[in-house]
Design a protein around this ligand. Structure first.
Ligand code: BES
Ligand code: ZN
Ligand code: ZN
Length: 461
């Protein structure tokens, strides 16, 4: 989508003018002067808050696409609402991020042109400052990174294998000369004693890979921020096979991985002056004669042994090795992002992701940036007492707990064992694995976490 700046609307008949109305209904009409007007009902203007503003950008695009409008003129002055205070930069950035998000459709496998309806150009009028231009530019960068993550997450498991995901990381590296990408194959992982990743992947014909992306644009000896993303390209549950419909979205179980890969790319495009690393352990979780079994004991890279109580709790086992690998960097912060537990969605619903961290300051910052960015987070506790629930009978720890309760906390408690001496936070993005009605986004992945992590990388010190 192109965004162009014009103080006044260009006199072209194919450009529709956006009008924000305080009514509920939206419609398109032609004015007496022959001008096409897209009237968007946004309800009482004094009730606009940041959460509503975040979806406003999407509603514009959603409605334009529905009416097959390709070019829109918006006047930025119309986006000042009584009692709603947001800097010009933030206003522009939020609009641009959400324009891009709403203009995305996963059409790679659609053969009909009628499925490819997009807004082509937005003309922005009003008093345009440098800040506003920057806001739009940065918002478009972040928006396109979110859509890049969605593209990977939406690609079905048969076409998005650990190998393909690794190749995607290499492609990102090819496009950005500051990003260095290395891929570890299973032999290299065996040398590093990554028994967790190797164990989980045993049942699949697809080999596991470990993606390492480095973007070093900070001071020479500055400790990096390390992002870790779960890269399970399909999660069948393994021998503890998931029941029918629960398998359906599990090609998106690498959404944490696609998120961190694109947050790092966004950092490079925004030229953030920091050292940043993204790690993605990639594997497919399948049932077969060679699968890891319930009862098996795996030795992770850390040396900690794990009793497999449930082969469907595979993500935490992969992440255990990645968190251990992260320590090689002596990181100042480690954040992992994962579709770790269905329980996170049971706890929170589908509008916020869960954040768990022993570091209150870090968790508070993430919640605050979540609120700003639109990637909403809600904290869950991570008390020491929960460690009782993952004690192993024959190994050090178990990958699942004995009760039905608090699954998201138990998952994080498991990860915490491997992050003891790190400044670490875990984000469970399962609740936002797909868009929901009212998001004004295409079906499928919504690229959860990319906006949040990008903001975090800009902010953290
Ligand atoms: N990938 C799933 C979690 C998931 C489910 C994410 C639905 C998004 C939507 C994860 O690997 C899993 O299966 N977790 C189990 C853990 C349990 C066996 C302890 C779960 O949540 O049921
Ligand atoms: Zn699973
Ligand atoms: Zn999983």
């Amino acid at each position: 989508m192109k965004i162009a700046f014009y103080p006044k609307k260009p006199q072209k008949s194919d450009i529709a003018r956006l009008q924000l109305s305080g009514q509920k209904d939206s419609f398109v009409f032609v004015s007496q002067t022959g001008e096409k007007i897209l009237s968007l009902g946004i309800g009482p203007k004094d009730k606009i808050n940041l959460r509503k503003f975040i979806t406003l950008g999407r509603k514009i695009i959603f409605f334009a696409k529905k009416n097959r409008i390709k070019k829109i003129f918006i006047n930025l002055d119309d986006f000042d609402f009584p009692g709603f205070d947001l800097s010009p930069y933030e206003k522009a950035r939020t609009l641009a991020e959400n324009f891009e998000m709403a203009n995305f459709e996963f059409v790679k496998y659609k053969t009909n042109d009628s499925d490819r309806i997009f807004v082509k150009e937005i003309f922005v009028g009003g008093d345009i400052s440098r800040d506003i231009k920057d806001g739009f530019e940065h918002g478009q960068i972040v928006g396109s990174m979110i859509n890049g993550a969605r593209d990977l997450s939406n690609t079905h498991g048969g076409a998005m294998t650990p190998k393909v995901l690794s190749r995607e990381a290499q492609l990102i590296g090819k496009k950005n000369r500051r990003i260095k990408v290395r891929i570890l194959d299973k032999n290299k992982m065996a040398k590093l004693k990554m028994g967790g990743i190797l164990g989980v992947s045993k049942g699949s014909c697809q080999d596991p890979y470990f993606i390492i992306m480095e973007y070093f644009n900070g001071k020479k000896n500055e400790q990096p921020a390390v992002l870790v993303g779960k890269g399970v390209t399909f999660d069948s549950g393994g021998i503890n096979l998931k029941p029918d419909e629960y398998c359906m979205d599990m090609h998106m179980d690498m959404s944490g991985g696609s998120c961190v890969m694109h947050a790092l790319e966004a950092a490079a495009k925004l030229k953030i002056k920091k050292n940043i690393v993204a790690l993605v352990p990639c594997a497919e979780n399948m049932p077969s004669g060679s699968s890891y079994r319930p009862g098996d004991i795996l030795k992770t890279m850390s040396g900690i042994t794990v009793e497999v109580a449930n082969t469907d709790a595979e993500g935490r086992i992969l992440l255990a090795d990645a968190l251990t690998y992260a320590k090689k960097y002596n990181p100042k912060i480690v954040i992992d992002v994962a579709t770790l537990t269905g329980a996170a969605a049971v706890a929170l619903g589908q509008r916020a992701c869960a954040v768990l961290s022993p570091e209150k300051k870090l968790s508070d910052l993430l919640v605050c940036l979540g609120e700003k960015s639109g990637d909403f987070l809600w904290p869950l506790p991570l008390w020491e007492e929960f460690e009782e629930d993952i004690k192993g009978d024959f190994a050090d720890i178990s990958n699942s707990h004995k009760t039905r309760y608090g699954g998201a906390i138990i998952g994080a408690t498991f990860l915490h064992k491997f992050a003891k001496d790190l400044n670490w936070a875990h984000i469970d993005i399962s609740p936002r694995i797909t868009s929901i009605e009212g998001d004004y986004l295409a079906k499928g992945s919504c690229g959860a976490g990319v906006r949040l992590l990008t903001r975090f990388l800009e902010k953290c010190d």
